[in-house]
Design a protein around this ligand. Structure first.
Ligand SMILES: [Zn+2]
Length: 499
């Protein structure tokens, strides 16, 4: 029976915080503390329910706690867009700030995590952070975390955590509910109403995110299975379909179930989810990305605006946004189309911003021959420059701010079609047209517009066109996982090792 050994606490003290960033270990460069601090970042009393976004997991948890007699101790909120690996200095500083505000005597801890952070010096930042928190507060107070379903949940995280709840939707629309659920379970554990145990089953598979979509049947039915297991009595059941671009041991999908100790077979439930996922693994490899040249031709052939989704350079998967592959293909194809692209290149944007000339020759990209970001020389006309931030229009990111730094709209000269590029200092999410709308352009004038995402771009661009072409391009977020060097993976893992 649930509810045995109730130990009601007068006014429990709960520490709350957030550390949420998805890192791509194949992306060049690093995410620095300054870049994180420029996004959603707050410490101690400066933290509010909105610190990680108005509809975030953190907001959901705070709203839940506001209905209960608890004393909250805000520690640190650090919530950043996906990006290259965080520097070890940034991670250490974040840990120190969070732990510096965490007393040894608390009754519980809630953290909003993404679950897929990575530093080149620390494979498992969240695991290290949770282990340090556990060491500080001792073995008894429950720790509850909310996760993105693309989390790479590790043994170390499992060991330190009592409750873990992940989104059940992709594209993600249940952030708020996920945070509220993690907070509610934590509260029940803190007051002794429940004794939750966390069970995990690794599934030796990694798949590109294109089919991580509730509208796709095996995925939607797997998410429904999690809900069904909750209706059977588990406190929480989640399937983590992991973001695939982490070169770490044990990378793989995970089933995680929170259940009452001795009363619900959480381990069996995790096995059920794992087995259902594994039996569908080949379905997740049936991808629709077209070869670059074919994808471009199809986008150009479409009457009206077409979105070219550059799968290899998905900035919402941690890529740097610096691919030149589409630009080079456009120059080579010499199609009479009007195109607009987005490329991160701080060197070129700085050069443009520091000149009074209206045209110049620049080398866009920094890679070697054959690399996704291969350097390409272009004669350009400078159309407009700005330092403005952008405001996302995507339904799941509406109102949040992107920080491109200095940006410029340039036109590539001496070619048949009209190709415009927005060159900017920092990567931004290209899940909607907001990077392009920094400039005074009419999107409907264009035939091809570049997006940098696998799935999320669809609702973001849907108000402008229904034509989406997915391009199987190279880069840190390529759908073709076999082109990346996963030399740290656990063997065997599907699809690398023929299982
Ligand atoms: Zn995700």
């Amino acid at each position: 029976m649930k509810g045995t050994n109730l130990v009601a606490k007068a006014r429990p003290v709960i520490a709350v915080g957030a550390f949420s960033i998805e890192c791509n270990s194949f992306a060049p460069g690093s995410t620095t503390l300054e870049q994180i601090e420029n996004q959603d970042f707050a410490v101690g009393d400066d933290i509010s329910r909105n610190s990680a976004g108005t509809e975030s997991e953190f907001a959901g948890a705070m709203d839940f706690f506001s209905t209960k007699e608890v004393t909250l101790l805000p520690t640190l909120v650090a919530h950043a867009d996906a990006g290259p690996p965080i520097t070890i200095a940034a991670f250490r500083r974040i840990c120190a700030q969070l732990l510096g505000r965490l007393p040894a005597q608390v009754d519980g801890v809630y953290l909003m995590l993404h679950g897929s952070a990575f530093s080149r010096e620390e494979n498992d930042p969240e695991g290290a952070l949770l282990a340090a928190i556990r060491e500080r507060i001792g073995v008894t107070p429950p720790i509850s975390v909310s996760l993105d379903l693309h989390a790479n949940f590790t043994e170390k995280m499992l060991k330190a955590t009592d409750i873990a709840v992940a989104y059940r939707t992709c594209p993600h629309i249940d952030l708020y509910e996920t945070g509220a659920q993690a907070a509610s379970l934590l509260f029940d554990a803190v007051i002794g109403k429940i004794k939750p145990t966390l069970h995990m089953k690794r599934i030796p598979m990694v798949t590109p995110p294109e089919k991580h979509d509730n509208n796709f049947l095996p995925y939607g039915s797997l998410m429904n299975l999690c809900k069904q297991i909750e209706s059977e009595g588990a406190y929480a059941a989640s399937l983590l379909t992991v973001q695939p671009w982490l070169n770490v041991p044990d990378l793989g999908w995970k089933a995680i179930v929170v259940a009452e100790k001795g009363e619900f077979d959480g381990s069996g439930a995790a096995e059920r989810i794992a087995s259902a996922a594994w039996s569908n693994r080949h379905e997740f490899m049936k991808l629709s990305g077209l070869p670059l040249k074919v994808a471009l031709e199809e986008a150009v052939r479409h009457r009206g605006l077409a979105v070219f989704a550059d799968l290899g350079d998905a900035t919402n998967g941690g890529s740097y946004g610096d691919s030149t592959e589409l630009l080079r293909q456009i120059l080579q194809s010499q199609l009479a189309s009007k195109n607009i692209l987005s490329i991160t290149d701080a060197e070129v944007s700085t050069k443009i911003h520091s000149t009074n000339k209206s045209s110049m020759t620049v080398d866009i990209g920094s890679g070697k021959n054959g690399e996704y970001n291969e350097k390409v020389r272009c004669k350009i006309e400078i159309v407009a420059k700005t330092n403005k931030n952008l405001v996302y229009s995507h339904p799941a990111a509406k109102g949040s701010i992107g920080h491109p730094g200095k940006s410029a709209l340039i036109k590539v000269l001496d070619q048949i079609g009209d190709t415009f590029v927005v060159i900017h200092d920092n990567p931004v999410r290209v899940i909607d047209p907001s990077i392009y709308q920094l400039f005074d352009i009419d999107l409907q004038d264009f035939s091809v517009i570049q997006a940098k995402s696998h799935v999320s771009f669809k609702p973001g661009f849907a108000p402008f066109t229904e034509k989406f072409v997915l391009a199987d391009t190279l880069g840190p977020t390529t759908a073709n996982l076999l082109t990346l060097n996963f030399d740290q993976r656990t063997i065997p893992t599907f699809p690398f090792d023929g299982i």
